[in-house]
Write a protein that binds this ligand. Structure first.
Ligand SMILES: N[C@@H](CCC(=O)N[C@@H](CS)C(=O)NCC(=O)O)C(=O)O
Length: 256
């Protein structure tokens, strides 16, 4: 199998950890953001997003949640979803919170760093940090006194580890969330998580600029669903309008 992936994409990281945890072998193809950097990915995925899994017979699966469910069905051991239906629902809920809300808050934060000169930049950073604290409090409650979110290690843990350690960069002290901090330590001791942390650490160290990471060569940023909701909900609609009128927004292709 082939996996279109990218070291800093939380969606791709989640899927990679799931495959590694189950001992499934695949060939990773690093494809960074922006449509013009990944013609081959465009040919196999309607939305041209990472992660995309290409099976040995050429069939493809896109979207980290759908890929993870497929992997679980084809490679059930070790399981990444608990047996209990309610706990399975909790895995999906926590994964969704990460994919939708944590992603949007992080996107808002990095956009404010990228647009440092914009009048809204400081307020956006503050709004992102404030909402991140509220999201971390939700995770802290979900974790409760368990070692992992849903008993044993599950996809919920792999989804969350892609976001929780990033709190520091956004000015939020993880020490405010003692249970999550201890969970982070436990997660880092899992070999596939340690390997992921090494990959992301290396990618961040090699980053030349935020623009390099965030924008394609045409200067456009990838927007979609909750990434669009977040700045509007927080009152930064003028910044979004300026981005749009300056031709700096990139959306997944039509009919995807
Ligand atoms: N719902 C998708 C979201 C995937 C996604 O947004 N991937 C981003 C990277 S984090 C991407 O490939 N963006 C396209 C681009 O920037 O060109 C999933 O769960 O896999």
């Amino acid at each position: 199998m082939k996996l279109f992936t990218y070291a800093t994409s939380p969606y791709a990281r989640k899927v990679r950890m799931a495959l590694d945890y189950k001992g499934v072998s695949y060939e990773p193809f690093e494809r960074c953001y922006s449509l013009d950097r990944k013609e081959d990915l465009r040919c196999v995925s309607l939305r041209a997003e990472v992660p995309t899994l290409v099976l040995d017979d050429g069939r493809t699966i896109t979207d980290s949640t759908i890929i993870s469910e497929y992997i679980e069905e084809v490679y059930p051991e070790p399981p990444l979803y608990p047996k209990d239906p309610y706990e399975r629902a909790r895995v999906r809920t926590i994964e969704d919170l990460c994919d939708r809300s944590f992603d949007a808050v992080g996107f808002g934060f990095w956009l404010s760093v990228l647009r440092e000169q914009a009048p809204e930049s400081q307020a956006m950073k503050q709004a992102a940090a404030d909402e991140l604290r509220r999201l971390l409090a939700v995770l802290e409650r979900e974790l409760g006194d368990r070692n992992f979110f849903c008993g044993e290690v599950s996809l919920a843990d792999f989804a969350a580890i892609c976001y929780v350690p990033g709190a520091k960069t956004m000015g939020v002290n993880l020490g405010e969330f003692a249970r999550l901090q201890a969970w982070t330590g436990r997660m880092r001791r899992i070999s596939v998580v340690a390997a992921d942390q090494e990959r992301i650490g290396k990618a961040m160290a090699e980053l030349r600029s935020i623009a390099d990471e965030f924008e394609g060569p045409d200067g456009r940023v990838h927007w979609r669903d909750s990434r669009l909701e977040w700045p509007i909900r927080h009152g930064f609609i003028d910044l979004v309008a300026r981005e749009f009128h300056a031709g700096k927004m990139m959306f997944p292709p039509d009919a995807s």
